[in-house]
Ligand binder design. Structure first.
Ligand code: ADP
Ligand code: MG
Length: 687
């Protein structure tokens, strides 16, 4: 197909990542607008969505100066008048649009000076639009750069319609026929056509159902096939005994009674680890539910059976804290725990590495540094991944390569993962819930304040500190400008030193040297400082039970899950804790609602659900980050739960009947999986 040209092809690739004809065919519109109906000018109101009119321009008028310069076209259909307005491209309109000639115009009506305005309408000659065939017009996302180069949604529409005309007959099936029939799906050719150019809303929904199913089905097929393979052929270490370390710890060192949920989860993991199969378990427990203890006790089981264990944290601060907690909890017990992060260097690092190789280091605490290639264990039996639910299949697989028999894997997270997402990203993980908080916790009281009245806030902080408590003061990370971010925190630090001359303050932010960060953090943990001024580097995992106040500045800039994680830093002791959300006065409706939800509930699941509704799944853990090479184009994990389930059941059913996909009927599945994974298409490139 010609007509795109190298320049525009280049833009399509750079801006949208569309390289091949297939990419373009699978570049789906984000919405359709029903253009089957013509409105009359006298019917229009300002609250209508897009409308379509047929009529003529009676005159054009150029008005205003400078930035207010605009072209107004007076348009009538014989029933009334509307003003069409252009603020740019005026000359183009004057040259190309004729007076007293029939056009179909299309725009969203607005009200200006008591008259209906249509700004920058689409203009078509009626002959080019066959209304009976133009029922649903596709709208494609484009970018600023594309728009500047004249590549609009309408241009993409022209490409896809030409392309569909040319290739549709040659489109084969990408699912086995027996599945298409069994599930009464529309065939691929019709689905592709109708997802761009449906004749009705029903056709569109059938087409997108088929395509969504297919996307999800292949993800499930891949995930399930892999996990069955793992269960069938990959052996796991057998942790047969509960030994001295576990028992001694339980009897003499455990500082509190385990909650019922903690006990149950430890039992579930023990069952996995004696089964002879490799454990892959996700433990989900709200902030403060005591996951660290569960991790430590599971690691002791590994040690008792002669294996090493390691735990990976998302940040250095958290790794350091786990390290300190473990050393502290284990006390005099004969367990060698070491830390491996970016700041452990030189001689110290070599010592740790050597200890891992000869097996004398039994528990390693670290960051991503522990999956580097030069880190070799003597016999790694268990890996714990803390608060990194993005740590997907591929990264976990990397861990397994470290040993002939792969270690057991425990993933811990406070972020409630919607079931559909868990099935997709973690299709191969078993899930345990810690659905109980340690006793005696008082729910955190959450308060909303505006930033115009800091005195009230400061006096509250003062009251709490004089009771012996500590306070977090958190500032948002300004992504676009790390400098500004720093300025915020540093200025606040200086300011707060003036407000509270009687107290000592610590500060941590992302740009500090790791060793300084650790030192400042340590001053706060030990109680030497009363106020910790920080960016979100303390967002996850940090545990200072004596801190009872979490002040979040510019709370409007945080998402719900982030607010919940931050709030989870307090309420870890027996005292009444407070979370203060400080915002500016002017808030959007959504932001106000977010803040309200935070004030209403402490329940992580409720918050995660609300978050999913607010942000939509687009922001949800991208499946790309999950390590699965699939990219969901149409399916929406939040909305399409039923299709996810159907896809999973179907994939499971297919594998039940043909575990190795050896049946000739399933050849297409094998080929498709390979094709999707390869991520390179056989189709010729766009040019
Ligand atoms: P999270 O699940 O958020 O990682 P932590 O493991 O940091 O939670 O635990 C939060 C706090 O609760 C810690 O101070 C920990 O010592 C304490 N804790 C954990 N389990 C119990 C329990 N069973 N009883 C009392 N306190 C507990
Ligand atoms: Mg934790």
């Amino acid at each position: 197909m010609s007509g795109i040209g190298p320049k525009r092809a280049d833009l399509l690739e750079k801006e949208l990542g569309l390289k091949t004809w297939e990419d373009l065919l699978y570049y789906f519109p984000y919405k359709h607008i029903d253009r089957s109906r013509l409105y009359r000018t006298c019917e229009l109101t300002a609250d209508m969505p897009f409308v379509q009119l047929r009529g003529q321009f009676a005159s054009f008028e150029e008005l205003g100066e400078g930035r207010k310069r605009r072209l107004v076209g007076h348009f009538t259909d014989g029933h009334g008048w509307v003003d069409c307005v252009w603020f740019a491209g005026i000359q183009y309109i004057l040259h190309s649009v004729k007076l007293h000639t029939d056009y179909i115009i299309f725009a969203r009506p607005t009200m200006f000076n008591d008259r209906i305005n249509l700004s920058h309408p689409d203009i078509d000659v009626p002959e080019s639009l066959i209304l009976s065939q133009m029922r649903m017009q596709p709208y494609y996302h484009t970018t600023e750069r594309m728009k500047k180069a004249g590549l609009s949604s309408r241009s993409v529409e022209r490409f896809t319609s030409t392309l569909l005309r040319l290739v549709l007959d040659g489109v084969g099936e990408t699912l086995p026929l027996y599945l298409v029939e069994r599930l009464r799906l529309v065939d691929l050719g019709s689905a592709l056509h109708n997802v761009h150019y449906p004749a009705s809303a029903e056709e569109l929904s059938k087409a997108s159902y088929r395509l969504k199913f297919e996307e999800l089905f292949y993800v499930q097929l891949s995930v399930l096939r892999y996990s069955r393979l793992r269960q069938g052929t990959i052996r796991g270490h057998v942790f047969a005994k509960v030994g001295d370390l576990f028992n001694e710890f339980f009897a003499t060192r455990l500082p509190f009674e385990l909650t019922g949920a903690q006990k149950r989860v430890i039992r579930e993991m023990r069952a996995d680890m004696v089964s002879g199969r490799q454990m892959n378990r996700l433990v989900q427990g709200d902030v403060g539910s005591g996951k660290t203890m569960v991790a430590l006790m599971t690691m002791l089981l590994a040690l008792d059976n002669g294996y090493q264990a390691c735990i990976m944290a998302p940040t250095e601060i958290l790794a350091e804290q786990h390290f300190a907690t473990f050393r502290n909890m284990l006390g005099e017990m004969p367990v060698r725990v070491e830390l491996l992060t970016g700041i452990v260097k030189g001689k110290r690092r070599n010592e740790v590495l050597r200890g891992l190789e000869d097996g004398t280091v039994q528990i390693l605490v670290g960051t991503h540094a522990v999956i580097e290639d030069n880190v070799r264990f003597r016999n790694l039996g268990l890996v714990v991944i803390d608060e990194q639910h993005r740590f997907g299949v591929a990264q976990r697989a990397k861990l397994w390569e470290k040993n002939a028999v792969p270690p057991h894997v425990l993933v811990m997270t406070a972020t409630p993962i919607p079931r559909t997402l868990a099935m997709t990203v973690y299709g191969d993980l078993d899930v345990s819930l810690i659905d109980e908080l340690p006793p005696g916790r008082k729910p955190v009281k959450t308060i909303h304040m505006y930033d115009n009245n800091p005195d009230k806030l400061y006096s509250g902080i003062n009251d709490q500190i004089s009771l012996g408590r500590q306070v977090y003061m958190v500032y948002p990370l300004v992504k676009e400008s790390q400098k500004m971010d720093l300025k915020n925190v540093e200025e606040a630090f200086v300011h707060l030193q003036h407000v509270f001359p009687q107290y000592r303050l610590s500060m941590v932010h992302g740009q500090m040297k790791a060793s300084d960060k650790e030192a400042e953090m340590q001053r706060f943990i030990s109680g030497e400082t009363q106020i910790l001024v920080a960016t979100t580097v303390i967002e996850v995992g940090v545990n200072v039970p004596n801190a009872s106040v979490m002040v979040i500045q510019n709370a409007e800039r945080f998402g719900l899950s982030q607010l919940h994680q931050l709030r989870g830093r307090v309420g870890r002791g027996a005292d009444q804790s407070y979370c203060v959300l400080v915002t500016k006065y002017q808030l959007s409706k959504d932001t106000r609602r977010r803040i309200e939800i935070m004030c209403e509930t402490n329940d992580g699941f409720e918050i995660a659900e609300a978050d999913l509704r607010f942000r939509g799944p687009g922001d949800l853990e991208g499946t790309q980050q999950s390590g699965i090479a699939f990219d969901l184009k149409l399916a929406n994990l939040a909305r399409d739960g039923q299709i996810v389930q159907l896809a999973r059941d179907t994939a499971s059913w297919v594998l039940d009947h043909d575990q190795n996909l050896a049946d000739e009927r399933n050849a297409i599945l094998v080929e498709r999986l390979r094709h999707l994974k390869k991520d390179e298409m056989d189709w010729s490139n766009i040019s």
